[in-house]
Ligand binder design. Structure first.
Ligand SMILES: Nc1ncnc2c1ncn2[C@@H]1O[C@H](COP(=O)(O)OP(=O)(O)O)[C@@H](O)[C@H]1O
Ligand SMILES: [Mg+2]
Length: 234
């Protein structure tokens, strides 16, 4: 349902995406792996429609821009708003909802991420992991059909990271959404993925199930796996 066809994207003469092709199925959780700087965040921004491709096309069936949401790498809560106001932020686009319905949705979303009762707190009262979860609540509160996660576990301690992985899976089940997770955290990738795509130098080199991924004998994949293992502490 998302088709990325021969997409090229450069910044200041530097070619980042080089004729990238990718097909994402409705309802799957696709993890995109790749070295830092290979264009993972750029690809997400292009799919979200925040930026335009130089060449090629991105087709998305049956989903409008308002029905897509992204968990950005920096959680980016609004510091002057309470957690409750932050969580309700995107719901204001849904004017048809009554105030009581909005409040109920906010409450449910905060409950889902384990932050029930924090509506009146300010972002500065929260730990890093709690801010990430609040940002996720703000996203799931409006029931997006496509969820993009940019490095959702980077910089978090292992226990919080595990909690975020569980939330990604749980959100997927509750919303029946399509999820695209960009990460270089292999542990997280193998936990949440249905399929794994490897971005190597601006192209998708492989897109396979996680079971198939670890069996690939290509030295590029082997090197990638080997270099990524220290990050999971093995
Ligand atoms: N807005 C921008 N202006 C200039 N260069 C950019 C911009 N966004 C990304 N880049 C460059 O594109 C490359 C890929 O970036 P990015 O997608 O953020 O990598 P990553 O795979 O680590 O997420 C990097 O070399 C980065 O410097
Ligand atoms: Mg990035």
């Amino acid at each position: 349902m998302i088709r990325v066809k021969e997409v090229w994207k450069s910044y200041n003469e530097k070619k980042v995406l080089k004729g990238l092709n990718l097909e994402i199925r409705e309802g799957e959780t696709l993890v995109i792996l790749g070295r830092s700087g290979c264009g993972k965040s750029v690809l997400l921004r292009l799919m979200m429609g925040i930026e335009e491709v130089d060449q090629g096309s991105i087709e998305i069936d049956n989903v409008s821009r308002q029905e897509m949401g992204m968990l950005f790498q920096a959680s980016a809560l609004f510091d002057s708003m309470t957690v409750g106001e932050n969580t309700a932020f995107y719901l204001h686009h849904h004017n048809r909802l009554k105030k009581s319905e909005k409040e109920a949705r906010v409450k449910k979303a905060l409950h889902m991420v384990g932050l029930e009762g924090t509506e009146e707190l300010m972002p500065s009262d929260l730990s890093g992991g709690m801010r990430k979860r609040a940002a996720l609540a703000r996203l799931i509160v409006y029931h997006p059909k496509i969820l993009f996660y940019d490095e959702p576990t980077t910089g978090l301690d292992p226990i919080t990271a595990m909690h975020i992985n569980d939330l990604i899976i749980q959100t997927q089940k509750e919303l029946h959404a399509t999820s695209i997770v960009v990460t270089h955290d292999l542990c997280s990738a193998f936990k949440v993925a249905d399929r794994i795509a490897l971005n190597h130098e601006g192209q998708i080199l492989y897109i396979v199930t996680k079971e198939e991924f670890i069996k690939i004998e290509d030295p590029i994949v082997q090197t990638f796996l080997k270099n990524s293992i220290p990050e999971i502490g093995v």
